[in-house]
Ligand binder design. Structure first.
Ligand code: AP5
Ligand code: ZN
Length: 214
């Protein structure tokens, strides 16, 4: 099963990717997580990406497309994958199509901007695993600690309100056009398109995903 999770920053893509990975046994490909690993490793790519990410802007299409193609070619992606945060621009979507990468389901998480801004203030993450928490809506068992490893949770550098607002602007301008793009692909029979109400509680969204993916 090859799935694209589409939605604004903070819409719940990473949260539901964790659920879907567990349920369907397919890997999560989060371009944001890949870039954050590169930053942590101090690679040239990481250093260049950090400046762009801290400003809430998008990393160049060429770099991202290269990263994703390389990742999808790996063995564990043979039976499917979850794309989280990719594609994010029309050229990224076209590059996938040109590479012959077929998508089965595109899932849009619909969440209004004001809900997003509120959510991001309470997000805590475990970078090594990609697990995501919220201090109120999805709290860890022990405050500030990851449920599985007990590691300290962190706040992402780009979760400052000012940066979140910039990221939302970039989403509306550069990523939202993919809603029409994939709706049209679905009308041609090239994939299925599903729109979910992402303001529902986490478990409710997971339940709906299970129902529609079977
Ligand atoms: P990336 O890491 O992809 O960030 P994003 O798309 O902005 O999305 P987020 O990870 O912020 O949100 P999410 O939808 O995963 O929400 P989450 O589940 O965490 O990208 C970061 C940066 O990298 C970009 O700005 C860009 O610079 C660069 N980049 C990445 N990909 C790129 C690409 N393809 N091209 C170019 N540049 C790229 O949930 C958020 C919070 O809400 C959490 O606290 C969670 O617990 C809570 N929550 C989740 N669901 C619910 C719910 N149903 N109810 C209540 N709370 C909820
Ligand atoms: Zn995410």
């Amino acid at each position: 099963m090859r799935i694209i999770l589409l939605g604004a920053p903070g819409a719940g893509k990473g949260t539901q990717a964790q659920f879907l990975m567990g349920k369907y046994g397919i890997p999560q490909i989060s371009t944001g997580d890949m870039l954050r690993s590169a930053i942590k490793a101090g690679t040239e790519l990481g250093m260049a990406a950090k400046r762009v990410m801290d400003e809430g802007k998008l990393v160049s299409d060429d770099i991202i497309i290269g990263l994703v193609k390389e990742r999808i070619a790996q063995d564990d992606c043979k039976d499917g994958f979850l794309l989280d945060g990719f594609p994010r621009t029309i050229p990224q979507a076209d590059a996938m199509k040109d590479a012959g990468i077929v998508i089965d389901h595109v899932i849009e998480f619909d969440v209004p901007d004001d809900v997003i801004v509120e959510r991001m203030g309470g997000r805590r993450v475990h970078p090594a695993s990609g697990r995501v928490y919220h201090v109120v809506y999805n709290p860890p068992e022990v405050e500030g600690k990851d449920d599985v490893t007990g590691d300290e949770l962190i706040i992402r550098d780009d979760d400052k309100e000012e940066t979140v607002r910039k990221r939302l602007g970039v989403y509306h301008e550069q990523t939202k056009p993919l809603v029409n793009y994939y709706s049209e692909e679905a009308s041609k029979g090239n994939c299925e398109y599903h729109k979910l109400d992402g303001t529902q509680p986490v478990e409710q969204v997971s339940r709906q995903l299970s129902e529609l993916l079977g």
